[in-house]
Design a binder for this molecule. Structure first.
Ligand code: AMP
Ligand code: MG
Length: 495
């Protein structure tokens, strides 16, 4: 299998990376290869062979012309700036350019120590590899911008975590691996030339249209802010909690990146935190929009010298872009939530009333611990007139009077709609998934794989998540919330 790689990042110069080779592993074995993604990337898979793929996706054998490297970056971790992070367990192989679909950066994660590994082993346990594979691919199918997964392998070696665990390597694909923290890395050194070089590199690859603008760096920043606001709005609409929104885990391209202790919520709780390391709840579900702005403010601080030669003017420009974040987030959130709730008809009057109506649904979901995904799943199957179908959604609420009262208001609002029940249900079902990668399902996948080398659950869950909006025969267990004994309280980074 041939992966035609080029590497524009190399041209930025040695201050941006360290050349690093993956450290070979003893017995690589392919778990999964993403043919669909390979085809989008324009890779030829006619001569695909899993033994060869295992060598390639473990880093034991490099693609021809590959000059692997690990990238330098800094980052604000839980609010504290760390000037020296970088790819400690990831190695960048280069980019695949597809004439039709753009550029795809390719990276191995878990492929051994690099110049930035500090005290880490540069490895990844199998569990987090499977979690990232499932969740990132599910996000893609849910139409949320994300890095993707091209392949996963087991290494035949063990890694020492809380216990010894089998090792794994994931091949990740992104439209960029540059992070907010990459800009901070050079800002901390006062190296404005490199900030500009990096911005030009990102603009050329990911924000081509801004070169037309009068102030291209300001326009670039504006578009980064908009992409991030829209991305976080989508997380909020899906009940997704990233878990570690440090600035080194925020992609400059507006994609969800670095799936660590992330999770989709079952019961709605706006204060939900899963990450074991997030003791203060900094990255709780409801804090994500404001953390997004905090991170973008850190980016602004790094980019400000590019906006104008006059510092005061530059800061003023940055401020005005940051000030637009909230409105951009709110409007993306409301638009997506109206689609999810079947409120298509938009007038000025409806807009603020719809916001209140939707917020009041979240309020009763929170109080009654209603399952996030199933609430919208059942809502998207209801008729304009009450019927016995209502019992499904009622069953999700501890106090069904609360949802009954809400449904009365929702149905009044539906009088403004022109769609038939069937038309509205179809459009709601296209945005309200049946299946999400629930935490307890992922946990079961990991247990089977790590304890028994059994990947059948991984394959089945992965298959179901390929079509998250379509009810699939015999797959009920994948739509149901966990039984009390299956609830996963914490997710771990696995670092
Ligand atoms: P993360 O928690 O994945 O965002 O990682 C934070 C930083 O720690 C990044 O610089 C990673 O490259 C580094 N890191 C995480 N796990 C390891 C590991 N096992 N070995 C070396 N570096 C690591
Ligand atoms: Mg990270």
């Amino acid at each position: 299998m041939h992966i035609p790689l080029s590497n524009r990042f190399l041209e930025l110069g040695s201050g941006f990376y360290r050349k690093n080779h993956p450290v070979p592993v003893s017995a690589p074995s392919l778990i999964v290869f993403n043919r669909q993604l390979a085809s989008v990337m324009g890779l030829s898979v006619a001569d695909f062979n899993s033994a060869e793929a295992a060598l390639l996706f473990s880093g034991n054998q490099l693609p021809v012309d590959c000059e692997p490297l690990s990238m330098a970056y800094a980052g604000a971790q839980f609010g504290h700036f760390n000037p020296q992070l970088g790819d400690g367990r990831a190695i960048y192989l280069g980019e695949v350019n597809s004439p039709d679909n753009g550029c795809f950066d390719v990276q191995l994660k878990g492929s051994g120590r690099t110049a930035y590994s500090r005290n880490g082993d540069g490895r990844s346990a199998l569990g987090p590899v499977l979690r990232e594979y499932l969740v990132s691919e599910a996000m893609h199918k849910l139409n949320v911008p994300t890095t993707r997964a091209l392949a996963a392998v087991t290494t035949g070696e063990e890694v020492a975590r809380e216990l010894l665990s089998p090792g794994g390597i994931i091949t990740r694909v992104a439209s960029s691996f540059i992070r907010v923290g990459t800009f901070q890395y050079f800002a901390a050194k006062g190296d404005i030339k490199s900030i500009q070089k990096l911005a030009d590199y990102v603009i050329e690859r990911n924000y081509k249209t801004v070169v037309e603008a009068e102030n291209k760096y300001l326009e670039f920043f504006k578009q980064v802010v908009e992409r991030q606001a829209r991305l976080i709005a989508q997380w909020m609409q899906s009940g997704f909690i990233h878990g570690v929104m440090n600035t080194d885990n925020m992609s400059i391209a507006g994609e969800t990146i670095d799936y660590g202790p992330c999770a989709f919520m079952d019961e709605f709780d706006r204060n939900q935190v899963y990450s074991f390391i997030d003791r203060g709840g900094r990255y709780a579900y409801s804090s994500q929009p404001s953390i997004g702005l905090w991170n973008l403010t850190r980016l602004a601080e790094a980019l400000v010298p590019l906006f104008s030669d006059n510092t005061e003017t530059a800061v003023e420009y940055a401020r005005s872009v940051l000030n637009a974040y909230e409105a951009c987030y709110e409007s993306a959130w409301l638009m997506g939530m109206r689609d999810k709730s079947g409120l298509m008809h938009c007038s000025d009057k409806n807009s603020s009333d719809d916001k209140k109506l939707i917020e009041s649904l979240f309020e009763i979901m929170h109080v009654n611990r209603a399952d996030f995904t199933l609430t919208f799943f059942y809502l998207s199957r209801l008729n304009k007139e009450p019927s016995n179908l209502d019992s499904h959604i009622q069953g999700l609420f501890d106090n069904s009077d609360a949802i009954d009262a809400w449904l009365v208001k929702w149905r009044q609002r539906l009088c403004d709609e022109i769609l038939t029940d069937e038309q509205r249900q179809l459009s709601m079902q296209a945005v309200n998934p049946v299946y999400i990668p629930r935490n307890h399902l992922i946990e079961a996948v990991i247990r089977a794989a790590e304890d028994n080398n059994d990947f059948s659950l991984f394959n089945e869950l992965h298959l179901v998540l390929q079509n998250p909006f379509v009810l699939q025969d015999g797959m009920d267990k994948y739509m149901l919330p966990p039984e009390p004994e299956e609830v996963v309280e914490n997710t771990f980074c696995g670092t």
